[in-house]
Design a protein around this ligand. Structure first.
Ligand SMILES: Nc1ncnc2c1ncn2[C@@H]1O[C@H](COP(=O)(O)OP(=O)(O)OP(=O)(O)O)[C@@H](O)[C@H]1O
Ligand SMILES: [Mg+2]
Ligand SMILES: [Zn+2]
Length: 506
């Protein structure tokens, strides 16, 4: 037979489509054509496949070779089709039994000597293959760990083309060491116990982790803004398996397992530098479309240090994900959507020189400069921030204290308890966090107690807060109520929420 086929997967964002790789070898002048919207990297597969085959002692068919990737309309990119093309070719060349490769997906890039190189997006590819009924996959050994997350599939890790051929021809296969896949629930390296003082910022972090409220931390250098932000994932509940798979799939596509283990259940934290570009923030790219920081932070924390230094276009690009929980990147080949539901944590110095504090000591900036500095954080973005907390320089007393602050584990326990209460309250309503309560519901079903409401209305009347501010305070009030075990937000909860919103020092 001179016609054969294998399976592979094309990814459009996180969406995978199983692709049939067909190879036909016909008589005629030696030539090779690759059909089905391949990009440049994929078109180069011919040279990689040929070199790998020849270097593994196989012969290249010196005839007319046609490789067709279908469905043809689907754009295909990257080098992960190499192995599937190579195996189909050898099968059409009659050196592999077609029955052996039926219903197996082959994923991997070939090095010129026949080794299998790791590729991006193995997990989302396998998820798509599984959905269409494929149960067996050959992947590069380097991708075995993430592939093993697909419990219901037989995953065959391979490091060399020769070994694949040996297996297909004789059934012989080195027993690969099974991954004893254990999800990793906690990380003890960072702990809130390390943070001295900063009572208000610690409380704000706890509220943020509980209700999903975005926060801005303002303070002079060295007061612990970065320290606190980095520790927020340690007080968030562990991800459930479905969330963890989503996070791992995004990281698989971005190729960022150096910074995060595929089996981690800890909420991710991503901190793009303030010199970052729009594409790095929300995703995109010239060739393969990669997810950006806001998608890598999905189900976790997006931390932007020195936020006022960030070009405003970059910060404003977060509006869509903050609104929708997803980010859509428009391309000529169609739109690609990535998940992007994150807790936004911004940090800022109070002024350009960084030394401004309530008492104004040491600061060399003019009052106009001070005002303008935080003003760089645009209105639309600040509208999404529920708490604005000032950090004071850590006092000598705080640092001298020998007992440590409360540990992350203790705080996390409270966060989980409060989240459980909120979860039960919002059952069947389509949201689960207090930060997601729609404004209308805040005026009807989810109204704070009467005294709290009249306090808010007074504040509104005297123009201390706006209508939008009122809603934010009410939402944070709900989170405080859950943390304090109150049935509805009481006056004290609302007053505390109010002070956290405006950054009034207590
Ligand atoms: N509240 C604190 N408790 C204990 N150590 C602290 C505290 N604040 C600062 N430190 C110490 O100072 C170092 C710097 O803190 P951190 O980077 O969090 O400050 P920052 O506010 O982010 O400063 P910058 O504005 O320069 O980014 C920490 O690594 C820690 O050793
Ligand atoms: Mg910092
Ligand atoms: Zn200053």
């Amino acid at each position: 037979m001179s016609l054969a086929q294998t399976l592979c997967v094309a990814l459009l964002g996180l969406d995978g489509h199983v692709v049939t790789v067909e190879v036909d070898i016909a008589d005629g002048l030696p030539m090779y054509s690759l059909l089905g919207l391949p990009d440049a990297a994929l078109s180069e597969s011919r040279d990689r496949v040929r070199a790998a085959m020849v270097n593994c002692g196989e012969s290249w068919p010196n005839r007319k070779v046609t490789v067709s990737l279908s469905p043809a309309w689907l754009p295909k990119s990257g080098s992960s089709f190499d192995v599937a093309i190579c195996i189909a070719l050898l099968s059409a060349h009659q050196s592999i039994d077609p029955a052996k490769i039926r219903d197996v997906v082959f994923i991997g890039e070939l090095a010129l000597d026949g080794r299998l190189r790791s590729v991006r997006g193995v997990l989302p590819s396998l998820m798509a293959a599984y959905k269409t009924g494929v149960r067996t996959a050959v992947v590069p050994t380097a991708n075995f760990e993430e592939a093993s997350l697909m419990h219901n599939m037989e995953i065959i890790p391979m490091e060399h083309l020769k070994k694949i051929l040996l297996w297909l021809r004789t059934g012989e296969r080195e027993c690969s060491q099974e991954f004893d896949l254990e999800w990793e629930p906690n990380d003890d390296r960072l702990d809130f116990a390390d943070v001295a003082g900063q009572v208000q910022a610690r409380l704000a972090a706890e509220i943020a982790a509980t209700g999903g409220h975005h926060i801005l931390l303002i303070g002079p250098p060295g007061t612990g803004k970065t320290m606190i932000a980095e520790r927020i994932p340690t007080i968030m509940p562990a991800l459930n398996i479905a969330q963890a798979l989503e996070v791992t799939a995004v990281h698989s596509l971005a190729g960022t397992f150096a910074t995060r283990s595929p089996t981690s259940l800890i909420a991710p934290i991503v901190s793009p530098h303030h010199t970052t570009t729009r594409v790095a923030m929300v995703g995109g790219g010239a060739h393969a479309i990669k997810p950006g920081a806001c998608s890598l932070a999905h189900n976790g924390v997006l931390f932007i240090d020195e936020a006022p230094e960030c070009p405003s276009g970059v910060l404003d690009s977060l509006r869509q994900p903050l609104e929708a929980g997803t980010i859509t990147i428009a391309r000529s080949i169609g739109n690609v959507t990535f998940p992007a539901q994150f807790l936004l944590v911004l940090a800022a110095n109070p002024c350009p020189c960084g030394k401004f504090s309530g008492r104004g000591r040491n600061c060399t900036c003019s009052s106009q400069q001070v005002r303008r500095y935080l003003g760089k954080l645009s209105g639309p973005l600040m509208d999404r921030i529920d708490m604005r907390v000032y950090l004071d320089p850590v006092g000598r007393l705080d640092m001298a204290r020998t007992e440590l602050g409360e540990s992350s584990a203790e705080i996390r326990q409270r966060v989980i308890t409060a989240r459980t209460i909120a979860d039960a309250r919002f059952k069947g309503l389509g949201w689960s966090l207090n930060s997601q309560i729609p404004s209308r519901a805040l005026r009807t079903t989810f109204k704070p107690e009467r005294a709290a409401m009249s306090f808010l209305h007074d504040e509104l009347e005297s123009e201390h807060i706006t209508a939008r501010g009122l809603h934010k305070i009410a939402r944070v009030g709900w989170t405080l109520a859950d943390l304090h075990g109150h049935e509805v937000p009481m006056l004290a909860d609302i007053k505390l929420a109010h002070s956290l919103r405006s950054g009034v020092e207590q």
